[in-house]
Write a protein that binds this ligand. Structure first.
Ligand code: ADP
Length: 410
């Protein structure tokens, strides 16, 4: 079946059409038909990019005022007589929606009905920048395509298997009961993709038989400890701010710093939030960029702050790798994904070098020459093996969509 995967953000809509089925998932014969991004929604000219395999991308800058118009544009692009990929929108048999927060309601992907929509809405408070747009995306699409199943795939659901001792903050227990304040974790689709790829492609062993540390380093960064395919811990918490240093987010800091700075700088909660989310991380430390490519170049030209930012970023990641190795009682595998995890030789080297005492024998040459489909970066015989795995969150969403539908048809 042709599944449309939809990822609606605050000012963008990402989409992809994937031809898939239960058999295709098993045999690895899924087909990607086309994908696109509509960005800068609500500004005078949005940017539209639509890519089909083997063809030049179609690029346009029409005015797109709101998310409803953007989603209609998606259908237009898909069915466009020249550069489209469908004769008619009715060829789409299901839609998979990325939904950031499922709270404690959802430990799996689900077909969206009124009850599910109400629960997604109930999680608005937990993800005010994401869930309202995700739900809006569903509502608009559902109006356009009311007769096909729409499935919600949550960033948080994979981490619902974390035990209480891992997900609770050591605040009064009543805070968890009253306000749902706990660690939820995010990037679940990417962490799951890494586990799936380890199982099927890289180590060819059932996930029940291994423990893995999955490291997603993109614009947002998180790391997970996974035992038998189940998330045991992850670095992002109540929000995606906790944990690793990210492009513009600070990750872990002493919470007292927040109170101290708000007083010292006389700034509001909103300003403090903006500082930690938009002006910190690699950007804040380097003062020049949040992009690892640029920082690496600057470091090679002798820029000390760029080097500091990269070292701090890698050091934090390395600390978490060590912590999760212990939390799991010894991981068998480590996987790197995301724009930085897949591409930055230097970051991976800084994270894993000289860890032979922990059983991780990095092969620097392999680390420098990872093939496009991913591969191993540790030496033959390394007790813990590390891999680079190009992630594919859209594929996970399409697969879940097919599986959810298959379950209801049984
Ligand atoms: P998102 O989390 O938004 O999906 P990505 O996973 O694409 O983002 O990661 C984006 C980041 O990946 C960029 O900010 C950049 O730092 C890093 N990146 C992308 N390509 C490279 C590269 N060739 N070398 C090093 N870092 C890269």
């Amino acid at each position: 079946m042709k599944v449309l995967v939809l990822n609606v953000g605050s000012s963008s809509v990402k989409f992809e059409v994937i031809e898939t089925s239960l058999e295709a998932i098993e045999n690895n014969t899924e087909q990607k038909l086309g994908r696109g991004l509509i960005d800068k929604i609500g500004m005078t000219s949005a940017t539209v990019k639509f890519t089909r395999p083997g063809a030049e991308p179609f690029v346009d800058t029409p005015p797109i005022w709101d998310h409803a118009a953007a989603i209609k544009q998606v259908i237009k692009l898909l069915t466009h007589p020249e550069h489209g990929i469908l004769k008619d929108a009715s060829e789409i048999e299901a839609v998979g929606h990325r939904v950031v927060h499922g709270g404690e309601y959802f430990s799996k992907s689900v077909i969206i009905d009124d009850d599910v929509a109400a629960k997604i809405k109930d999680c608005f408070e937990l993800a005010p920048l994401h869930n309202p747009h995700n739900l809006k995306g569903f509502q608009v699409m559902h109006n356009l395509m009311p007769d096909i199943p729409h499935v919600a795939v949550f960033d948080t659901s994979f981490h619902q298997t974390m035990p209480r001792h891992a997900f609770l903050y050591a605040l009064p227990y009543s805070v968890y009961q009253k306000h749902k304040v706990r660690r939820y974790g995010f990037h679940g689709t990417s962490h799951r993709y890494m586990i799936f790829s380890l199982e099927r492609k890289f180590v060819k062993k059932p996930r029940a038989e291994f423990k893995a540390i999955t490291v997603h380093l993109g614009n947002g960064c998180s790391i997970a400890a996974v035992d038998g395919g189940k998330s045991q811990d992850t670095s992002m918490g109540f929000t995606p701010l906790e944990g690793l240093i990210m492009g513009t987010r600070c990750g872990d800091i002493d919470p007292a710093v927040v109170l101290y700075l708000m007083g010292k700088e006389e700034i509001s909660m909103h300003e403090m939030n903006t500082m930690m989310n938009k002006f910190s991380g690699l950007q804040g430390l380097s003062g020049s960029s949040n992009d690892v490519r640029e920082l690496t170049e600057q470091m090679q030209q002798g820029n000390e702050r760029a080097e500091l930012a990269l070292r701090a970023f890698a050091y934090r990641t390395r600390k978490y790798v060590g912590a999760y190795h212990a939390a799991l009682g010894g991981a068998h595998y480590i996987a790197f994904a995301g724009g930085i995890g897949e591409n930055s030789v230097i970051v991976r080297e800084m994270v894993l070098e000289n860890l032979e005492p922990l059983g991780i024998h990095l092969d620097k040459e392999r680390n420098r020459s990872v093939p496009p489909g991913g591969g191993e970066i540790t030496k033959d015989g390394s007790p813990v093996r590390a891999f680079v795995i190009p992630t594919d969150e859209e594929l996970v969403i399409a697969r879940d969509t097919v599986r959810c539908i298959a379950k209801t048809q049984k």
